[in-house]
Ligand binder design. Structure first.
Ligand code: FES
Length: 402
């Protein structure tokens, strides 16, 4: 029982004297973390805030997870749905570098944590894996992303996920949230890696398996390690998808599929599922693409666009302010041109993957080079990725406020 009595410089608790600093520590240590679950995936336009790194945990030799301290007044802004991501911005060796990473915590953990796997020549990921320390401050964008789920406590659904490598990050958040919040739902995970040593969150996944034995099934597929069965050795491909559907799940019984990993795996699994008569609307995916791949696609698409020499008058609306500029149809993207014109428009990957640059075309028309992020219904409603958009009419108005 707590007996508290205010005094000028401190507070008595159970007969002991605590000064303010000690009291705050006590409150922090005993306070149950509040859930960070969002009401919906969109809470308005994403904005950056400076947050402090609270914890860094090494998950594998080349992957760390990083948790941020969220001040009381920003808790609402950083609520999220399982599967969403954060865009981080840091100054690394004199350069401002911006990257997006999926949240690996579940909102029920009350923690904002991303996983960062070191990639070859990745400036941000190398820095985060070797130099980042607890207490560092960096700019963190509020959570974004369409690859997510809103768990419902009364739901009785069956989910299947295919993940490869760091593609487990959003899938782990979705899986944990489903198991914790939907007591009647089941989850089956197929997780591809090279060896058991490179399996991210292995212990955490095992922990979930012991806790939810009757509702969670996990199958590790390893390309460079023999597990004694042919169908669990190699990469996740069409033959494996068919074998898994034969042994571990009935496509007719599955409500949703979540795919996350490299483009080749996503294409292969989603084509295989379609051959198993799974409808497109049940297949959700998030691409972890490399900038090189994006560039290759972009160059091809832009080359086709370059034939047009039409000049368009563009208006960009952001926070109610308008920025005007002219743009050649086959030239820069609307996002790049808007940045050049001084508008502080949001972006992260510039590769059609993250969705941060989403805006609505409210007058005129544009053409996108690529789109791996927007859902079909969003495109129908006029939303575009401005990092991929080029004008096709003489006047275009896009709004980031819609
Ligand atoms: S900035 Fe990521 S999709 Fe445009």
């Amino acid at each position: 029982m707590l007996a508290a009595k205010n005094s000028r410089a401190g507070v008595y608790i159970c007969g002991s004297y605590f000064n303010k600093k000690m009291l705050n520590f006590f409150k922090k240590a005993t306070r149950k973390k509040e859930s960070l679950i969002a009401e919906s995936k969109s809470k308005g336009r994403a904005t950056f805030h400076t947050l402090k790194v609270q914890d860094i945990t090494r998950e594998t030799e080349d992957c760390v997870s990083v948790a941020f301290e969220v001040p009381e007044d920003l808790q609402q802004a950083y609520t999220f749905l399982p599967g969403q991501y954060l865009t981080l911005e840091a100054d690394i060796e004199g350069e401002t570098v911006r990257r997006s990473y999926s949240l690996c915590s579940s909102p029920v953990d009350g923690e904002l944590r991303v996983a960062i796997k070191k990639v070859e020549q990745g400036a941000f990921s190398s820095w985060a894996n070797t130099k980042l320390t607890v207490g560092t401050e960096m700019r963190v964008m509020t959570p974004e992303g369409n690859f997510c789920i809103k768990p419902e406590s009364g739901a009785q659904r069956n989910y299947v996920a295919f993940a490869a490598g760091s593609g487990i990050t959003p899938v782990y958040s979705i899986m944990k949230s489903v198991l914790e919040l939907e007591a009647g739902s089941t989850f089956t995970l197929f997780y591809g890696n090279q060896t058991s040593k490179t399996v991210i969150f292995r212990d955490k996944i095992d922990g979930l398996k012991s806790k939810y034995m009757d509702r969670l099934e996990v199958h590790h597929v390893l390309s460079r390690e023999d597990q004694g069965t042919d169908y669990l050795k190699g990469r996740i491909d069409e033959a494996k998808c068919f074998a898994f559907a034969d042994r571990f799940f009935d496509p007719k019984e599955i409500d949703a599929y979540f795919l996350c990993g490299p483009e080749a795996m996503i294409n292969c699994v989603s084509e295989s599922l379609k051959k198993l008569n799974v409808s497109k609307d049940k297949i959700h995916y998030e691409l972890f693409t490399s900038p090189a791949q994006s560039l290759a696609h972009k160059t091809k698409a832009s080359a086709e666009n370059k034939e047009s020499s039409m000049q368009s008058a563009i208006t960009v609306i952001l926070d109610g302010d308008e920025t005007h500029f002219d743009l050649k149809a086959g030239g820069d993207s609307i996002l790049d041109a808007a940045l050049d014109a001084g508008a502080d428009v949001p972006y992260a990957c510039k590769g059609a993957v993250c969705c941060t640059c989403r805006a609505k075309v409210i007058e005129g028309a544009v053409e996108m080079d690529m789109n791996y992020a927007l859902e079909d219904d969003e495109v129908e409603d006029g939303y575009v990725l401005t990092c991929q958009s080029h004008p096709t009419t003489e006047r275009v108005v896009v709004s980031y406020d819609e």
